[in-house]
Design a protein around this ligand. Structure first.
Ligand code: TRP
Length: 340
């Protein structure tokens, strides 16, 4: 079987380090391992419109931003096909056929959509397009016959929905044209839900607790409110600086930036005992974050100076994507024994 990787981002704003550790870093790893036949990454602008239909300008503006963020993080347009969802109308057609395979009550049970409806205050006036976006997302995934979908944890219900549609389609039309996808999420809980700089919730624009990939400043960060004097014993659990260190610290970080400690365990032990100040651990984290984010920021600035290049990547990629999605659509209609 072929290995086909696919994932997308809604273009609604710049990406932050929560996106990075929750999903982007994984994509880059997969790309660099090179164990795949095709890889697609796209701007899910049609999906973004389902709750931004009153502000298409903002979605449009962010298409390029999201693609630049992905390239800046290390995805290589020579290895990855980048495309714009709305420019592949085959996806919309597939969505329409898949709608018949999903019940309204099944859509109501999608926990991520449920949560989003609550957050957006849609109550009873849920746009049908928003409510059904998991079906459209199933089309995105299956049109490319993706078997591996690197995503954040919140996307697990979408991949599950796609799997159900694939099974249903293949069984009703007695075919094997569609491929069941598997989600790939990060290994640790801290990566799957990187806390915001305030320490108490997932990083999110609306909570104003983000570090963006393009940020120069790195932080003012929540530590342990009872750790007032350097001599005081401090808490490591729930301390944002240590949570981030768990996620970002590398084997050589200590020898580079804090050689008086051997490893993170030793640093944590000293903090717990007392005698280690917040400034010191913050400076250490800052050095580590800068090392990881600086090349991303620089690459991004280079891309910003050259939007023509990014547009061209998207143009070529979208052509390839249309071709592939068109082939699948043909197979789908043939399997349905319908007009081809
Ligand atoms: N729902 C994803 C997000 O919120 C975007 C997305 C759309 C996607 N279609 C997809 C992700 C297909 C993976 C596969 O960012």
């Amino acid at each position: 079987m072929k290995n086909i990787i696919l994932t997308g981002d809604r273009p609604t704003g710049p990406l932050h380090i929560g996106h990075y550790v929750g999903s982007l870093r994984n994509r880059v790893l997969i790309q660099n391992e090179g164990n795949y036949d095709e890889m697609y990454v796209f701007a899910a602008d049609a999906q973004a419109l389902t709750d931004n239909f009153d502000n298409p300008k903002n979605v449009r503006k962010n298409v390029l931003e999201v693609v630049m963020d992905n390239i800046a993080c290390g995805l290589d347009p020579n290895k990855v096909v980048f495309f714009i969802q709305s420019e592949v109308p085959e996806l919309t057609e597939l969505t329409f056929y898949y709608m018949n395979l999903v019940t309204v009550s099944r859509l109501h049970r999608n926990p991520t959509v449920k949560e989003e409806i609550k957050v957006r205050g849609f109550d009873e006036s849920i746009p049908a397009g928003f409510f059904t976006y998991p079906v459209s997302q199933s089309a995105d995934i299956t049109a490319f016959k993706a078997n591996i979908v690197p995503v954040g944890e919140d996307q697990l219900p979408m991949v599950e929905q796609a799997r159900e549609i694939v099974r249903k389609f293949n069984s009703i039309y007695n075919t094997d044209v569609l491929v069941e996808p598997n989600a790939k999420i990060p290994n640790t809980e801290n990566e799957r839900r990187l806390v915001g700089t305030d320490g108490n919730a997932k990083m999110s624009k609306s909570l104003d607790n983000c570090i963006y990939l393009k940020d120069r400043k790195v932080f003012s960060m929540y530590t342990d409110p009872n750790h007032i004097k350097v001599e005081d014993p401090g808490k490591v659990e729930g301390n944002t600086v240590f949570t981030y260190l768990d996620v970002f610290c590398k084997d050589n970080s200590f020898s580079k930036y804090l050689p008086e400690y051997k490893n993170l365990d030793e640093l944590k032990e000293h903090y717990r005992k007392g005698g280690l100040g917040d400034m010191k651990i913050k400076r250490f984290l800052n050095d580590i974050l800068q090392e990881e984010l600086k090349p991303i920021r620089e690459k991004r600035e280079e891309l910003e100076r050259n939007p023509e290049y990014v547009l061209n990547v998207l143009k070529e990629g979208t052509m390839k994507a249309r071709k592939k999605a068109g082939e699948t659509l043909k197979e789908v209609k043939k399997a349905m024994n319908y007009f081809e």
